[in-house]
Design a protein around this ligand. Sequence first.
Ligand code: ASP
Length: 407
Amino acid sequence: MKKTIISLIIAGSMLFSGCSLITIQTDSTTAEPEKSIVSEETTAAETSAETTAETTKASETTAAETTAAPSETTAVETTVPVVAEQKGKVVVLATGGTIAGVGDAGKSAGYTPGTLTAEDLISAVPELADVADIEAIQVCNVNSDDITDKVWIELTNKINELSKDPDITGFVITHGTDTMEETAYFLNLTVKTDKPVVITGSMRPSTSISADGPMNLYESVCVAASEEAKGKGVLVVFSDLIFTARSVTKTSTYDVMAISAGELGACGVVRDGAVYFYEESVKRHTAGSEFDVSSLKELPKVSVIFFSVDMDPGILKYAAEHSDGIVIAGAGAGEFSEGFIEVVKDLKIPVVISSRIGDGIIIPDNLLVEGTIAGDNLPPQKAAVLLRLALTKTKDAAKIQEMFFEY
Ligand code: ASP
């Protein structure tokens, strides 16, 4: 019964994403869908011009003849950008999110994230076959607010293992946008490969009008298959832009361009499948990172406390009892009340000071309490990722401070 409902929902959704429906069908029967459409047109022209040609022969020769017919050649070139001269294999690791979301046909809100499978996502974009051989792995299928340290460790271990395969050129992770930046930063600090690792998602579910998932997936595979993306650390690809994992953050609850890097900006652009880079991260990452989670089952626990006017500082004591470290999202340049200061002075676990503003840096000169750690320009949720990894190595605040400037 449940299956029937999901099938109906997907069928309904196809009315609103016609391309997806057609391409699913086409992909299962032909490796090069656009060319086969052109071939049919050519066959018709050939048949009328050369009445003696047998239908079967005509269809066999159409691919070659397509290149000889100027109008057909133009059609092929404009619909299928030639991205990679030699195709490698890109592994798509699906984790859920809105990109795999299904809801009322045409609507953008009120859907169920993490519903479509990795195969569903891939078969909705047959153009992927022109860029790379695709292998699909379903890691989990959840709203990204339910991502855990276990999923992170599993992703890292899978990527580290698979990256030894010389046939695999890159990885794409499909993910919900809510916590995409945290997963991206975690992988940036723990995967040990120079091969491109790209994360993407979408703001509109697969069933909405003008869903953004298929294009984001296509562009992510283009980046993951590209030579240019090698060694650049984990990247996030969204709405034609490429961001470094360290700088990217979610900046809107609804806007289709909900991913940004604030004043630091994007590091590259994808256009018709071609990849253009302009910047790269100068921080330690991937193969250059010291963090190794291969033997871990879980990460140390870190609580993020958001400061607001007149707030009970007792929350810090509670957090300290249940955590190995704390990140405070302070006001302005990481500030908080006298009451907070008194409690923070007595805490026996590492405390990182970040800002609730979400842009700008916190340096040691900004710190109100000696022995706390300046979070640099990491937003609180990403400072928590680095602190969790730092705590796998040390509890020493001075050493953790160094890590906050290195990573
Ligand atoms: N709640 C969704 C998620 O993070 C939102 C999205 O993917 O855009 O999984």
